[in-house]
Every structure is written in C-alpha cells, then in structure tokens.
Design a protein around this ligand. Structure first.
Ligand SMILES: C[S@@+](CC[C@H](N)C(=O)[O-])C[C@H]1O[C@@H](n2cnc3c(N)ncnc32)[C@H](O)[C@@H]1O
Length: 317
C-alpha cells in the first residue's frame, strides 16, 4: 500500500497521528490480554471475554484430547451452542450422527455398565431394565439384542434418538420385549408402574440435564432388591471440556454446554432416596479420568447380600 499521499496530506503532523494510532492499538491489545481475550493480528480480531455467551465459539474450538468431540477441522467453531435446557433440541439435531462419535472412553464407560448388568442378570432370569435417557441404545441396549430373557423399557424425550434405537433393534429378539417411551424422565413415573424394574440406568444422562432428576421418584420404580446404575462425566473433565460437540444432521457443527455432575451430590441424593452406594469405578487412564460409574442398591438388596456373606462365613467354620 502506498502511504506517501496520506503522509503528504497530513504534512508535519503525520508522525504525531501515527504515534497516536500506535498507542491506541497498544492500549487495546493490553486491555484485551488483561481481560483474558484472544487476540489475532491478521486478520485483526479481539475475541470475546471468557464466560461471556459470545465466547462459546472460542471455547468450542476443537480439542483433540476430547473424546466426546467429533474431530473437527482445525479452527472450526460450532454454528450453534445449546444449553442443557434445550438438550432435546441438541439431541434431535445430532441424532442421525450420534453413533459416529469416536470415543474410546465412551465405549469403556458403556462396557463397565454392561458388565454390571450382566452380573445382575446372571443371578436373575427375566431381568427388567429401565433405561432412562437411553439415546440410540448403542452400545448398551444393543449388546443385549439377542437376549430372550431381558425386558427393556426405554425412555428418551428425543424422538430422533428413539428412532435410531428402533432402527438398531428392529427385527432382533430384544425388539419383542422393548417398550419405547418418548417422554421426559421427570414424567416417567406416570407411565411406568412402581416397583416394576430390576435395573434402572441413568447412563451419561445427568450431564445433559439442567438439574438432577427426582431420585426419590426414580427409586419408586425399582423392584425390591433392585439396582440403580449411574454413569457420568467426571466433573474435572467437564470443567476442562465443557462443550460437547457434534455434527448435526444438516451438516452444521453444534455443541452443548454440559452440566457438571458431582458424584458426591449424586450419592447424597440417592441415599436420601433410600439407595445405598455399593460400588463406584473411574474410567479413563489420563491425568483427569473421563467418567465414573456408580452402583446403588436398595436397602433390601444390601441386607440380603449381607446375610449371604454371613451365611458363607459361618459355613466355613
Ligand atoms: C449423552 S446421551 C446418552 C445416551 C445413552 N444413555 C448412552 O449412554 O449413550 C443423553 C440422552 O439423554 C436424553 N435426555 C436428556 N435429558 C432428558 C430428559 N429430561 N428426559 C428424557 N431424556 C433425556 C437425550 O435425549 C439423550 O438421548
């Protein structure tokens, strides 16, 4: 760019004007860094302040280490960021692509949950599972596709996710014993009878809810001796990776700001609902583990297990 005509027009004041502009630019850069904003020199851009809604785009930049994120092209930002209050809209948008997520940790979490269900099934024929926020059913419900002894009650408020589940299981033995409720978890006690299920799953669901559901209500759906299995993202992991990114069915990039789930709060709420923690496992080997799986049992089941242990001990004497 030829600056000569401009300098000539400004005459003797050119140096003064240029110094003034330089000072303003420097002040802006210092102010931006002080506020924690990102600064890009070309093309010139100052990012939004962290925590401000507009900053979501900046925070949503792809993180290779985030297994809940689909690998995005470098520099890609989501076209839309959802809140957990609109989780239904988020999941409806991503339902066709939900199963394309490439996450080792997600699979490990599902495997841990499957192991727990299998252990319970081994001791109880005709197991009745209530899968709250069941998603596409991959990998947990689909693991039991050939099982003629399990009855599966599926609940999810997102029709797109329920469609995916039905496509996965249609024609398989489990499909004959599958009941699908496209319903909010907070209303499921109106559709499912009390004490009707041996296992209740809340598998990676709580972090998609604005607040924890009513555990006391959920506990009423457990049959005597039943088990509640909860898995969710480790809060430290959520804090490091607050945005769950995915590609929507229309090809746009979307994200949801997830809710941090504190395992201690989950344990407290479950205890208030009359359920005792029987086991908790962490998943993931990185510095910050990815998820936790917590198993809760009704007081009756804990009493029965204690009695069995006591009987075994006395028979060894
Ligand atoms: C992260 S996905 C987990 C799906 C599945 N459980 C899994 O482990 O892959 C969360 C699911 O919970 C559902 N969900 C979230 N809040 C819900 C609510 N209040 N009522 C019913 N379903 C809900 C979403 O639609 C979504 O399918």
């Amino acid at each position: 760019m030829d600056m000569k005509p401009l300098l000539e027009a400004l005459g003797g004041g050119a140096g003064l004007v240029l110094s003034g502009v330089l000072v303003v630019v420097l002040v802006l850069i210092v102010w931006a860094f002080w506020q924690g904003r990102s600064v890009e020199f070309w093309p010139p851009r100052i990012g939004a302040q962290p925590g401000h809604p507009e900053a979501a785009d900046d925070e949503a930049a792809p993180r290779e280490s985030d297994p809940t994120s689909e690998a995005l092209p470098v520099g890609a930002r989501p076209d839309r960021v959802f809140d957990t209050r609109d989780a239904l809209g988020f999941y409806q948008a991503i339902a066709p692509n939900y199963d394309q997520r490439n996450s080792v940790n997600l699979l490990a979490t599902h495997m841990e949950v499957i192991t727990r269900i299998e252990a319970i099934r081994a001791a109880k024929a005709g197991l009745r599972v209530l899968d709250l926020g069941g998603g596409t059913g991959q990998n947990v419900a689909t693991y039991f596709f050939n099982d003629c002894n399990i009855r599966w009650t599926y609940v999810d408020f997102c029709p797109g996710m329920a469609d995916q589940l039905q496509q996965h299981l249609a024609g398989r033995p489990l499909y004959n014993r599958l009941r699908v409720h496209v319903e909010d978890i907070s209303r499921i006690h109106l559709r499912v009878a009390p004490k009707s299920h041996d296992v209740i799953l809340l598998n990676l669901v709580l972090s998609s809810m604005p607040q924890l559901p009513d555990f006391a209500r959920i506990a009423t759906l457990l049959a005597p001796g039943g088990t509640l299995i909860i898995s969710d993202i480790n809060p430290l992991y959520t804090s490091a990776h607050p945005l769950y990114q995915a590609r929507a069915g229309d090809g746009t990039q979307v994200a949801m700001r997830t809710h941090m789930v504190q395992p201690l709060e989950v344990v407290t709420r479950a205890r208030e609902a009359g359920l005792q923690l029987s086991d908790m496992t962490q998943i993931g080997s990185a510095d910050i583990s990815y998820s936790f799986v917590a198993v809760f049992e009704s007081a009756a089941r804990q009493r029965r297990k204690a009695q069995v242990r006591k009987d075994e001990e006395s028979s060894t004497w």
